[in-house]
Design a protein around this ligand. Structure first.
Ligand code: CA
Length: 226
C-alpha cells in the first residue's frame, strides 16, 4: 500500500508497532504523540489516511476529528480501547470512517485501511485481477474463467476480491466479515464460512479446481498461493 499515513497515538509502543508495520507495507508514516502536536501535523501536512487514538493528552481524538473535518475529507480510522457502542457511533457521526478496538490485529488494521482507502478513492484496485485462469474485474463486478462468466453474489464477489488481491494472505473470519459486510465482528457465527463455502463451490463448478483453502484455526486464502 503506497499511502501517506498519520499516526496519532500517545502510547509509544503502539505507535512504533503501527509505524514499523505500515512502513514494511510500503506506507510513508508521520506521527504525533499528543493532541497539540496532532493538530499541528494535521493542519500542516496532507495525508491519505489518519489513524487516530481517542484518549490523548491535550486535545481529544474526537475534537481532532471535528477540527480536521472543517478543512479536509482525509479518511480517519479511530483505533481506541473504548469499545462502548455509543462511542463507536459517536466517532462515526463525527466523521471518522471506521473504528478499530484495541487490542487489534495488525492484519486487520491493514485490511480495514485498504477498504476505507478504496471507498474514499485513495487506493484504486487494478482494472483486473487474475489467478489460475480466473479474471476478476473489480469495477464491473464481473468474474470470468477462461472468458466464461462465473455468476457470484455481491458478498461472494467481495470475498473473492480480497482473496485475489492478496492470494498469499490468510484472512480471518473477522477480517472478511469486517471488510465485506462492513460491520464489527462481535461474535462467532457461521455467516462467513457459509459464504466462503458457497463461493468455493461455485468456483469449483466453474473451474473444476478447489481454489480456496481453509487454514485451520486462522482463516482462508487462495489455494496453492505461496
Ligand atoms: Ca491513548
Amino acid at each position: 500500500m503506497n499511502a501517506r499515513i498519520a499516526i496519532i497515538e500517545d502510547e509509544p509502543d503502539i505507535r512504533k508497532l503501527l509505524r514499523d508495520f505500515l512502513e514494511k507495507n510500503g506506507c510513508t508514516v508521520m506521527e504525533a504523540a499528543d493532541g497539540k502536536a496532532a493538530s499541528a501535523l494535521l493542519s500542516d501536512e496532507q495525508f491519505d489516511m489518519v489513524l487516530m487514538d481517542l484518549m490523548l493528552p491535550g486535545i481529544s481524538g474526537e475534537r481532532l476529528i471535528a477540527e480536521l473535518r472543517t478543512h479536509s475529507d482525509t479518511p480517519v480510522i479511530v483505533i481506541s480501547a473504548r469499545s462502548m457502542t455509543e462511542t463507536r457511533i459517536e466517532v462515526l457521526r463525527l466523521g471518522a470512517d471506521d473504528y478499530i478496538i484495541k487490542p487489534f490485529d495488525l492484519n486487520e488494521v491493514l485490511v480495514r485501511m485498504e477498504v476505507v482507502l478504496r471507498r474514499s478513492g485513495g487506493s484504486q484496485l487494478p482494472e483486473k485481477l487474475s489467478y489460475a485462469g480466473l479474471t476478476l474485474y473489480p469495477t464491473d463486478n464481473r468474474v470470468t474463467y477462461n472468458d466464461k462468466p462465473v455468476p457470484l453474489t455481491a458478498k461472494e464477489f467481495g470475498l473473492l476480491v480480497l482473496f485475489m488481491e492478496h492470494p498469499q494472505k490468510v484472512y480471518s473470519k473477522a477480517n472478511l466479515y469486517e471488510s465485506v459486510w462492513n460491520e464489527e465482528y462481535c461474535f462467532e457465527d457461521n455467516t462467513v464460512s457459509v459464504h466462503v463455502s458457497n463461493l468455493r463451490a461455485k468456483l469449483k463448478k466453474a473451474t473444476g479446481a478447489d481454489l480456496i483453502e481453509t487454514v485451520w484455526g486462522i482463516g482462508y486464502r487462495m489455494k496453492g498461493a505461496q
